[in-house]
Design a protein around this ligand. Structure first.
Ligand code: VAH
Length: 319
C-alpha cells in the first residue's frame, strides 16, 4: 500500500486522487495534520504528525505500507515566519520517514525538494543541476539539507528515495498554502470571482513554474523509472514554464477581458528575488524522459475551464 503525508496540501490532494485512480482508493492511505477535506475523495485517511516517528511506524504496520510519498512541509513564506518549526517539520519529518523506510525496508520513498535550494549567487537563467546552492530562506536551507539526507540514506542504507526540485506548482484543487509562488494560484480564483487581484510580487518577477498536472506526471514517471536510470540521488531539477505576474495576468485577460491586477510587493518579493528565473532540467530529460505538457496558455485555459465547476462558482460570461 501507499502512504501520502501532507495529503491535504496542494500537491498532496492531487497526487492522492491520481494515485487512487491508478491503484484503487483503498491502496492509498492519505494522512495529514489537518482534517481531511471532502475533495480528497474516497479512501483511508489518518491523522499524522510526521515529527513523531512512532506515529509513522504505527501506520506503516497497520496498513502494510510499502511506499511513502512524504509531502508534509512548511512552505517558504510560512517557514520564514516560524523558522524553528520550518526546520523541525521539514527536516526531522524527513529523517523520521527515512528511518522508518530503512527499518521497515520500504520499497520506495518520494520527497519533494524545490528550486528554493538555489540562492542569489546561482545562475539566474537555466540554473544547472550542479549549481552552487546557497539558499537565503529557512525553507531553502531545509530542502538543501533534506536532499543531502536523501543521498546519504540511499548511499549508506540502500533506501530507494527519489526527489524532484519542484518549481512553483500551480493547481486549482486546493487553496494556496503559504508559498511565495502561490500568487499564481490565487490569481485564478480572483479572476473567476471577477475581483481585482493584489499581487504581492513585482510585475516583472519571473519564476520557474509548472502546472500541477505536469508535476503529478513527473512524480509518477520518476517513481516508476528503473532504479538504474536514476543518476541523481539528491534531487532532480525539473522545469516547465517560466513567467512573471504580468505575463500570467495577460494570459488571463485574453480570456476574462475585465480582469484587473494591482501590484503591492511585500516581504515575499525578497524570497522570490533570491530564486532563479528558469531551470535547466536536462538530466531529468536524459535519465527518465521528463517532458512537460503544459505551457502558460494551456495551463490558463485548463484552469479557467475547470476551476469554476470544482469550487462551484459562477463562470464569468467572457470565459
Ligand atoms: C513555495 N510553492 O513557494 C513553494 C515552492 C518554488 C516555490 O517551493 O514555497
Amino acid at each position: 500500500k501507499i502512504l501520502i503525508t501532507g495529503a491535504c496540501g496542494q500537491l498532496g490532494s492531487e497526487l492522492t486522487s491520481e494515485l487512487r485512480r491508478i491503484h484503487g482508493n483503498h491502496q492509498v492511505v492519505a494522512s495529514d495534520i489537518s482534517e481531511p477535506n471532502e475533495r480528497l475523495g474516497e479512501g483511508p485517511f489518518e491523522y499524522l504528525d510526521v515529527t513523531d516517528e512512532s506515529s509513522i511506524k504505527k501506520i506503516v504496520d497497520q496498513y502494510d505500507i510499502k511506499i511513502i510519498y512524504h509531502l508534509a512541509a512548511l512552505l517558504s513564506a510560512k517557514a520564514e515566519k516560524n523558522i524553528y518549526l520550518g526546520w523541525k517539520l521539514n527536516v526531522n519529518g524527513l529523517l523520521n520517514v527515512l528511518e522508518v523506510a530503512k527499518e521497515k525496508s520500504l520499497e520506495k520513498v518520494f520527497w519533494p525538494s524545490s528550486i528554493a535550494v538555489f540562492g542569489p549567487d546561482a545562475k539566474k537563467i537555466n540554473t544547472p543541476q550542479n549549481s552552487a546552492c546557497n539558499p537565503t530562506t529557512v525553507y531553502g536551507i531545509s530542502k538543501l539539507a533534506g536532499e543531502q539526507w536523501c543521498a546519504y540514506y540511499h548511499r549508506k542504507f540502500g533506501v530507494d528515495v527519489r526527489s524532484l526540485r519542484y518549481p512553483g506548482l500551480i493547481g486549482y484543487k486546493a487553496m494556496p498554502g503559504g508559498g511565495t509562488t502561490d500568487y499564481a494560484v490565487d490569481i485564478y480564483h480572483k479572476a473567476i470571482k471577477e475581483e481585482t487581484f493584489e499581487c504581492f510580487l513585482e510585475k516583472d518577477t519571473k519564476l520557474p513554474m509548472m502546472y500541477m498536472r505536469d508535476a503529478v506526471k513527473a512524480t509518477i514517471t520518476l517513481m516508476n523509472a528503473p532504479p538504474d536510470k536514476i543518476s541523481i540521488r539528491t534531487s532532480y531539477n525539473i522545469s516547465a514554464i517560466s513567467f512573471s505576474p504580468e505575463e500570467i495576468a495577460e494570459s488571463i485577460k485574453r480570456k476574462i477581458s475585465r480582469f484587473e491586477i494591482q501590484y503591492k510587493p511585500d516581504h515575499r518579493q525578497d524570497i522570490a528575488a533570491s530564486w532563479p528565473d528558469s531551470i535547466d532540467d536536462s538530466k531529468a530529460r536524459e535519465d527518465w524522459k521528463w517532458k512537460p505538457g503544459y505551457n502558460l496558455e494551456k495551463m490558463t485555459d485548463d484552469i479557467l475551464k475547470h476551476l469554476p465547476e470544482f469550487w462551484d462558482l459562477e463562470v464569468p460570461d467572457t470565459v
